[in-house]
Design a protein around this ligand. Structure first.
Ligand code: RBF
Length: 167
C-alpha cells in the first residue's frame, strides 16, 4: 500500500502487550494547534482504548515541533515513563524552514530514543498543505496520533518480548 492510500487509524492488533501499568508521555507542539490537538485526541484515545489508564498518561506542550526533541528527552529520562509520543505538524512548501525542522526533529527523536532505550515515537506530520494535514488528523486518511500511539504500544510489546528472550 502506498503511503498516500494508507489509513493511519487501521492497524493490526494481534498480540498487543498489557499496558495497564505502563506510563506514557504525549508531547504536543502548539504550532498548527488546530491539527496537533486532533493528533493528541487520537493518541490519547488509542492508548486508553488499548488498555492504558488515563492517570498514566501525561501531557506536555512545546511551542513548535523543533522543541519536541528536548521535551521528549525530559520525559524519557524520567524513570517512571515507559514511552513518549511526540506530536507535531510541519507544513512543507510554506518555507524552507520545514527542511531544517523535519530533519532536526527526526534525528533528535531518534537520538533520544537510543540514548534512553525507550520508545520515543515520531508523530510528526509533514504534509504539503493544511488540507493534507487535516486528512491525516482524523480525516479521510485516519489519524497520525492513533498510529503513533499504536506504534508506542507495539514497541513496548517488542521490548518486553526481547527482554524475556521470547522473540
Ligand atoms: N513549528 C511547527 O511545529 N510547524 C511548522 O510548520 C513551523 N514552521 C515554522 C516556520 C518558521 C519560518 C519559523 C521561524 C518557525 C516555525 N515553526 C514551526 C516553529 C519551530 O518549530 C520553533 O518553535 C521555532 O523556530 C522556535 O523559535
Amino acid at each position: 500500500m502506498s503511503s498516500a492510500d494508507k489509513n493511519l487509524s487501521v492497524f493490526t492488533t494481534n498480540g498487543l502487550p498489557d499496558i495497564s501499568a505502563k506510563k506514557f508521555a504525549i508531547i504536543v507542539a502548539e504550532w498548527n494547534s488546530e491539527v496537533t490537538e486532533k493528533l493528541f485526541e487520537g493518541a490519547y484515545q488509542t492508548l486508553t482504548q488499548y488498555g492504558a489508564s488515563s492517570e498514566n498518561i501525561e501531557r506536555g506542550n512545546v511551542p513548535g515541533s523543533f522543541e519536541l526533541t528536548l521535551g521528549a528527552q525530559w520525559f524519557a529520562e524520567r524513570a517512571d515513563i515507559d514511552a513518549v509520543i511526540a506530536l507535531g505538524v510541519v507544513i512543507q512548501g510554506e518555507t524552507k524552514h520545514n527542511d531544517y525542522i523535519n530533519h532536526a526533529v527526526a534525528q533528535g527523536i531518534t537520538n533520544v530514543s537510543l540514548k534512553t532505550g525507550k520508545p520515543v515515537i515520531f508523530g510528526v506530520l509533514t504534509p504539503n498543505n493544511m488540507e493534507q494535514a487535516l486528512d491525516r488528523a482524523g480525516g479521510i486518511h485516519g489519524n497520525k496520533g492513533d498510529e503513533a500511539a499504536m506504534t508506542a504500544i507495539k514497541m513496548l510489546g517488542l521490548q518486553e518480548m526481547v527482554l524475556k528472550g521470547q522473540v
